[in-house]
Design a protein around this ligand. Structure first.
Ligand code: MOS
Length: 744
């Protein structure tokens, strides 16, 4: 790995600052706070996919040992921010988040219909089994393929002319029609669920009628704070949201879900702290998923490989009550220098719960289609797939007609191809065997949008010379605290162990949730400018001291201030505070995007090279080698960056070969609701993964020159694997996951 600008030779990569707490069990996760008087809530969920509740018989449950309350729309808890109930109940218009225990209407299988609260979890589980719900069932539609004719232009898009999901057309379709070589294909991605190891969990505590604290697994404490304040009509500052440790999330924690509301409602009703932990099975119906998506791509090129046209149409599944939109078709507009591009995006509402963002949402889905299609086109042209990408390399953004803020994708291709020894590849499918297995290689490009949101941080220098930096950002796994510690330590010339970073609490300075790979660009920049401001204050104070007056321009190093001419012993930070009779010194700054967003087009880029072995007898696919290379600007902390890239590839292996939420459409119910049936990669499924970065700061994106890394790591991986499977077997699999039955 090359060194990066944030690095200095004396300071190698930081290990996770919270690693020891996590592996020794002292890290406290949402369900683990020991709150006195805690009651336990268990949800009873719908066993039909559409209809309404006729009756809820809860007397037996209410009389069971330890039961404190049975809550449902019949015995409802009022939520002040919700509109009055309609009589008779009416189906919510599109765009209405599901209101739990609000009315008798059922929108999906697994919808919470009642909740039992008891003194222990076991008592609540038992009593929940005694609740009898009867339904008026209506015919449900959950089958994507049988309902494709019901796909619609999303209402959101109809309302907004500036929506990025509007139909898009550039150039003239004549080129595509007259192309020397043309391919057309349909690609399908099934529903997939996030499934972090830690299930979603919440402890809700009302300290007073208008004062709420929640220990909640989520990806944005400030956003949860705002949503709960609004729902319960209390001042924002009266809601505290704590989420210091998260056992993985992948997008499932971006919004407030019905189970969160249910726990807060129960605690309010009982005037007692209530804990609610979703079971693994409930994790398949309660916190969103990657939507079932079908995409069609037509693509044509001249004989020399120059792209003449791309038409990319995508339809994603959504619920009957909300529209979930994602970037499915958008990458096709920006990735290649192609004169004619048309994209269409539609939604298909079904009787299912609302999907949400999951692991490179939209782009991971779209890039499976786009980069599989590029491979198909290269094969039809008898051209090397990498050469086809280079032939159509976009030197400027062809969608916005703007220069890139920075783009080293070409360098990524070269670095990755070299490390992988791509040029040893054989074009002819099924032509390489090793130990009785068919061997194939494939590659794909990767692109992910740049997201940066206004963020604040506070930095406090203490009397002992240590610094605490804080921001209401999150760590759902990537090692946010570690990266922020490194930024602060570097700016302030401190050893990392002298810096403490606090996150995951809503009373900290404003920061966005952890999503869209936005944390380093957003919060990293805030930490940087805040520490610069603290340093400036410190240097100003030092220059007023007797030793400081003669120093001239100053620098910080090892917790001391030095004159840049050298030779002195310097002044320790602690001496500066002491001299000025200060207990501490504080800075707080905000950082956000400016005019550069209109002057440049910003993306993270990358590519993946994959080798697979396919057993000709069992048709089992094993990924045997991966080289992944990313161009995300400056790398802040190589060790945790590398972990993220590895995690992304592992997610891509799951997406390509295993993950598939299967529904029994007779009931509209998922049947793969545990880790025995919903397969995710385990260690034995993951080969050594080589990770490389270009590590060149983006001069325009933000003060630290670093762009998002988390999601670019998965985008494209599934297509690289599918392309390798084609190279190994000659079979083009366009429906994920690539299971043995498809290769027979
Ligand atoms: Mo990510 S899907 O934005 O957590």
């Amino acid at each position: 790995m090359t060194r990066q600008p944030m690095d200095d030779p004396s300071d190698s990569s930081l290990s996770r600052v919270d690693g020891a707490a996590k592996v020794t069990g002292t890290a406290t996760y949402s369900a683990e706070y020991a709150i006195p008087g805690l009651a336990h809530a268990v949800l009873v969920t719908s066993t039909i996919a559409k209809g309404s509740i006729k009756d809820i018989e809860s007397r037996e449950a209410a009389a069971a040992p330890g039961v404190l309350a049975v809550i449902s729309h019949v015995d409802a808890v009022e939520v002040p921010g919700w509109p009055a109930r309609k009589q008779p109940a009416e189906r919510a218009p599109t765009g209405t988040a599901l209101r739990v225990f609000y009315d008798p209407l059922i929108y999906f299988d697994g919808q919470p219909v009642a909740m039992v609260v008891a003194g222990t979890r076991e008592q609540a589980v038992h009593a929940a089994s005694l609740v009898r719900v009867t339904y008026q069932q209506e015919k449900h539609q959950t089958h994507f393929e049988k309902n494709t004719q019901k796909a619609v232009v999303p209402q959101n898009v109809q309302r907004s002319k500036s929506s990025p999901f509007q139909d898009y057309d550039r150039g003239d379709s004549a080129g595509l029609n007259q192309a020397h070589t043309k391919i057309e294909a349909e690609y399908t991605i099934p529903t997939q669920h996030h499934q972090p190891l830690e299930p979603h969990a919440i402890i809700a505590v009302w300290e007073a009628e208008d004062k709420l604290t929640v220990y909640d697994k989520n990806q944005g404490v400030k956003s949860v704070q705002g949503q709960l304040a609004q729902a319960f009509k209390i001042p924002r500052e009266n809601v505290q949201v704590v989420a210091k440790y998260i056992g993985g999330a992948f997008g499932s924690g971006i919004r407030v879900w019905p189970h969160t509301m249910a726990a807060v409602m129960a605690a309010r009703h009982l005037k007692r702290p209530v804990k609610l932990v979703l079971g693994r099975e409930q994790m398949f119906t309660s916190v969103g998923y990657r939507p079932y998506t079908v995409q069609k791509i037509s693509m044509g090129a001249a004989a020399d490989g120059r792209l003449l046209g791309i038409v990319h149409e995508g339809t994603g599944q959504t619920s009957m009550y909300e529209e979930h939109l994602e970037r499915t078709v958008l990458a096709s507009r920006a990735l290649y220098a192609c004169p004619h591009v048309a994209t269409r995006y539609r939604l298909l509402p079904l009787d299912v719960s609302t999907p949400t963002w999951m692991r490179g949402p939209g782009d991971a889905t779209g890039m499976f289609a786009l980069e599989s299609a590029m491979d198909e086109l290269a094969f039809a042209l008898k051209m090397d797939p990498l050469e086809l990408r280079l032939k159509n390399y976009a030197e400027t953004d062809p969608e916005r007609n703007l220069p890139w803020s920075a783009k080293s994708l070409k360098a990524c291709y070269e670095l990755g191809a070299g490390k992988f020894r791509w040029h040893d590849r054989r074009m002819e499918p099924a032509s390489v065997r090793r130990n009785g297995k068919l061997v194939g290689v494939g590659m794909a490009s990767s692109l992910y949008g740049y997201h940066r949101h206004p963020s604040r941080a506070r930095a406090v220098l203490h009397a002992d010379g240590s610094v605490t930096v804080s921001s209401a950002t999150m760590d759902i796994g990537p090692g946010t605290g570690t990266a922020m510690t490194r930024i602060a330590a570097k700016v302030l010339g401190l050893e990392a162990k002298k810096v403490r970073f606090e996150l995951g609490h809503s009373n900290l300075p404003d920061a966005p949730g952890q999503n869209g790979s936005s944390t380093i660009p957003s919060v990293g920049s805030a930490v940087y400018v805040t520490c610069e401001a603290l340093k400036a204050k410190l240097l100003a104070l030092a220059s007023e001291m007797p030793e400081g007056r003669s120093m001239g321009p100053m620098v910080v190093r090892e917790g001391r201030v030095f004159g840049s001419t050298g030779g002195q012993t310097g002044i320790a930070f602690s001496e500066i505070l002491k001299y000025h009779r200060l207990d501490s010194l504080e800075a707080m700054e905000e950082s956000k995007s400016g005019a550069e967003r209109d002057q440049y087009s910003m993306y993270s880029f990358g590519c993946h090279f994959v080798e697979v072995e396919v057993d000709p007898l069992t048709c089992e696919v094993r990924v045997t080698r991966v080289v992944t290379c990313a161009d995300v600007g400056a790398i802040i902390n190589p060790k945790t960056a590398r972990s993220q890239s590895i995690g992304g590839v592992v997610g891509g292996i799951g997406m390509a070969l295993m993950e598939h939420s299967q529904m029994d459409h007779r009931f509209g119910r998922y049947v793969t609701t545990d880790f025995a049936s919903y397969h995710i990669p385990v260690h034995a499924d993951v080969p050594p993964i080589e990770v490389y970065y270009i590590d060149k700061p983006d001069p325009h994106a933000n003060p630290i020159g670093s762009k998002g890394l988390g999601e670019i790591a998965i985008v494209g991986v599934a297509s690289a694997i599918a392309n390798a499977v084609f190279n190994a077997t000659g079979k083009r699999i366009r429906t994920l996951p690539i299971t043995p039955d498809q290769l027979v």
